[in-house]
Every structure is written in C-alpha cells, then in structure tokens.
Design a binder for this molecule. Structure first.
Ligand SMILES: [Zn+2]
Length: 188
C-alpha cells in the first residue's frame, strides 16, 4: 500500500530493440533493487515502449515514490536513472511522479537538484515521524535496533501492522504468524 513511483521518457528518435535492451542491462545492473524485471516465470525488460507510440517509453520502477510530504522511496536511484537516460539519449525528456494522480512532472536537472536537497535535509524523517497516509497507521512505529530510527509502515491489518527500516531492512511484522522480527532481504 502506498504511492508507487512512475518514470517515463520521450526521445527524439525511436530507440532500437538493441538500445532498449542495453539500457535495460545498464540500468538494472546499478539499480536492480528499484527496477522491475517482471514477475513469475516471464521476465520483461525494465524499459518498455508505450503502446502505439514510437518515442515514448516507461522505466518499469518497482519502488515507492519520494517527494515532499511523502519521503519514502529511493530518490537517489531515480535521479541516477534520469541522469543516465539524459546522457545516453541526448535531448530526451524524463518525467517523474507518483501513481496516485497520474500527473508527472518534467524531471530535469533543476527538479532533481531540488529533490536531492530535500532528501539531504530531510531524508525519510517527515514521513516516518508522522506523515500518516492511512487512518490505521500508527504515529510511531517500532525503532530499528541498528539505525535507531522510526521504521516505515508498509503493511496494515485489523489492528495490526508491519514496518521496516528503509536503510538496513530490519522488519517487524504483526501480520506474520508468529510475529516476525528481524532482517529480511525485502526492502519495502
Ligand atoms: Zn535500520
């Protein structure tokens, strides 16, 4: 549950299948935790063409959005991906936003710098310390035993919740039976 990040880009020229595949490889090898390569037995490239359009593409992110009042997702990965796309495809325009209202802004160097500064100053604190997005969300989740920060709620149940540390992955889930407490490979 939450706002997922969305990134699209428009190029001057249509990309070849080889260019899409190489971009998929280069991006996935540096940001694999933030990109989707599909689920199940079928694997998809992390760059997809928009149906019916020759020069519009989507980066298949598998990440939570980051922005003012919603300081959750891996913004530095998003910035790196956008910079890589702009360098690789000169003249391309990158758009970024959340999937809640389908309004995406141009994610140019000015916007990226603004968000980078917001992150350097605030990191994830505003969201973790009370940026509640659900009436069942608790104001204060458990404290990560390693990082000593309030963890981030990602799961909701009847009077129960699940939280994880955005930095080290420490997880506390009342939704598991028995209650799970410890580190997991899944960052949520
Ligand atoms: Zn931690």
């Amino acid at each position: 549950m939450g706002i997922d990040a969305v990134m699209k880009f428009v190029t001057i020229n249509e990309l070849t299948d080889d260019e899409i595949r190489m971009t998929h490889y280069n991006l996935l090898s540096i940001c694999h935790s933030s990109l989707s390569i599909g689920y199940g037995k079928e694997r998809e490239l992390c760059i997809s063409r928009k149906d019916g359009c020759t020069n519009q593409y989507e980066v298949n992110l598998m990440s939570i959005y980051y922005g003012p009042r919603y300081e959750r997702g891996p913004i530095m990965d998003f910035i790196l991906i956008a910079e890589f796309l702009e360098f690789t495809f000169p003249g391309c325009i990158v758009y970024y936003g959340g999937d809640c209202d389908e309004s995406y802004e141009v994610f140019n160097s000015y916007k990226r710098e603004e968000l980078k500064l917001h992150y350097f100053i605030n990191a994830h604190r505003p969201y973790n310390q009370g940026g509640l997005s659900s009436p069942t969300e608790r104001a204060n989740g458990p404290i990560c035993p390693l990082c000593k920060v309030t963890t981030n709620q990602y799961g909701w149940g009847e009077g129960k919740g699940a939280w994880s540390c955005l930095a080290c992955g420490w997880n506390y889930s009342e939704l598991a039976d028995p209650i799970f407490q410890g580190w997991s490979d899944k960052f949520v």
